[in-house]
Design a protein around this ligand. Structure first.
Ligand code: UD1
Ligand code: MG
Length: 463
């Protein structure tokens, strides 16, 4: 746990030009959540109570997306560089603040351990600034960490500003964009940063050589966790970050006793919980606040969103389940579609090409084939025949279908709502039911079959 006097400043005002997007970069999603949310969670988990988010490009959108987080916002307008962003934020840093931790909203996967290690090093050396670095095979577009002959950090130079300096571009130790600052040093030095002659921006990284000029200690912590620390500046880097998060989440579930047959192909969002001995086949997406019980089987190519599955549920291939509840022992699919507010109680069986919406299917209901149940309440033990359709919409309003316990709905039936089928009633196959069927009766509405003599048209067929 970090000392609670720390103020964290998250830089999130930039547009993210390289994303080629009309959305602010920090709102681009990694497994269903804005990338910056991962960083905020980590800081909150660390017990950091004062979090300042610097917003600018589409500030309102970013503030709206983060409105449930206990953070303060500072607006940087216009955006003149990372150093300028911290200048603007400094006004909101309390006078009694301990160290200031600066992090980038576009490098959101930094771990608690990495932040702790950075702060620990900073305190141990009483440094003016401590930066976090990683060593890459190629420094790419990142800021290069320049060290003197004694190995002490003297500056961080941007690659854009170093195109004519191959010796700088050859450096493989790069700045990740995470820093700890001594607050009095930061307050004083921020005003001394010149504009870059190349881009005109005010770079936060200039504080490193400013500290050295003042004879203050500058430390750099080389962190080994490359994939957590690299920034997200392009769609390719966003995809790489998604893979990193996916692998971590999947590893956690496997550790806790869930079988993922081919984890590379499972996209399980961070808030999902899964019980032990559940088996998940390839190409499965589990999203939002989904809760899955023990001993379930989720077959291939399934998408489950914001739903609850109790124990022993079997979701067969190709199903889509949204905002629904599946009781113990339910089995659905292949190719079933549970739309919002489907409530399938214990032991319900929903088969292939069945769509359910805003309906309760009580214990043991069977709807095996090619059916639509919308705005319906289906009593326990009812058998819904193939091709049953609840006609719930009259073009203006939705209406309810009520099927009481133990009913039997023959195949290819249209139930024109509002309508009630009484307990234990039967509906003859092929009926269009527009009136209630009382309990225990047989409702049937179709033309009576007649069998006629065949009439041969034209000449009699030759023998
Ligand atoms: C920055 C660092 C670079 C480092 C890299 C790590 C500087 C000058 N460069 O480069 O050394 O290797 O991060 O990923 O600091 N931002 C603002 N206001 C601004 C400009 C940027 O809030 O005026 C925010 C952005 O939203 C982003 C972060 O600061 O979250 C970093 O900005 P970005 O433009 O991505 O800098 P890089 O070129 O990646
Ligand atoms: Mg960046």
């Amino acid at each position: 746990m970090l000392n609670d006097k720390i103020t964290a400043v998250i830089l999130a005002a930039g547009q993210g030009t390289r994303m080629k997007s009309s959305h602010p970069k920090v709102l681009h999603q990694i497994l269903g959540r804005p990338m910056i949310a991962y960083l905020l969670d980590t800081l909150i988990n660390l017990g950091i109570e004062d979090i300042l988010v610097v917003v600018g490009y589409q500030a309102e959108k970013v503030q709206e997306a983060l409105k449930d987080y206990p953070v303060r916002f500072v607006v940087q307008e216009p955006q003149l560089g990372t150093g300028h962003a911290v200048q603007v934020a400094m006004v909101a840093v309390p006078p009694e603040a301990g160290d200031v931790l600066v992090l980038c909203g576009d490098a959101p996967l930094i771990s608690r351990e990495s932040i702790n290690a950075l702060h620990q090093m900073h305190k141990n050396h009483q440094a003016a600034v401590t930066i976090q670095t990683v060593v890459l095979p190629d420094g790419l577009h990142y800021g290069r960490v320049v060290r003197d002959d004694a190995g002490r950090v003297t500056a961080v130079l941007q690659s854009k500003d170093s195109v004519d300096r191959p010796e700088i571009l050859a450096i493989r130790e790069i700045n990740t964009g995470a820093y700890c600052f001594d607050t009095p040093f930061l307050r004083d030095a921020l005003d001394r940063i010149p504009k870059s002659p190349v881009t005109g921006e005010i770079y936060l990284t200039d504080l490193i050589h400013i500290a050295r000029e003042q004879g203050r200690a500058v430390e750099a912590l080389i962190d080994q966790n490359l994939e957590d620390l690299l920034g997200i500046n392009s769609r390719a880097e966003l995809a790489a970050a998604t893979q990193t998060v996916k692998r971590k989440i999947n590893a956690r579930h496997m550790d806790q006793g869930v079988t993922l047959v081919d984890p590379e192909t499972n996209y399980i969002e961070s808030l999902v919980t899964i019980g032990r001995d559940t088996v998940i086949y390839p190409n499965v997406y589990i999203q939002g606040r989904t809760v899955i019980g023990e001993n379930c089987v989720i077959e291939a190519s399934v998408k489950i969103v914001d739903s609850t599955l109790e124990n022993d549920v079997h979701v067969k291939m190709g199903c889509v389940v949204t905002q629904s509840r599946l009781g113990a022992g339910v089995d659905i699919g292949p190719f079933a579609h549970l739309r919002p507010l489907s409530d399938l109680r214990q032991g319900v069986h929903v088969g292939n090409f069945v769509e359910v919406k805003k309906s309760v299917l009580h214990e043991g209901v069977k709807a095996g084939h090619l059916t639509y149940l919308g705005d319906a309440e289906v009593g326990a033990g009812t058998n819904v025949g193939a091709g049953t359709i609840t006609c719930n919409y009259d073009g203006v309003k939705k209406h309810q279908t009520i099927i009481e316990e133990g009913a039997f709905i023959g195949s290819n039936t249209a139930l024109v709502a509002p309508v009630t089928i009484g307990a234990g009633a039967y509906v003859g196959a092929g009926s269009t039911i527009t009136k209630d069927v009382p309990p225990g009766k047989l409702g049937i509405s179709r033309a009576r079959q007649v069998n006629l003599e065949r009439r041969l048209i034209g000449k009699k067929k030759e023998e």
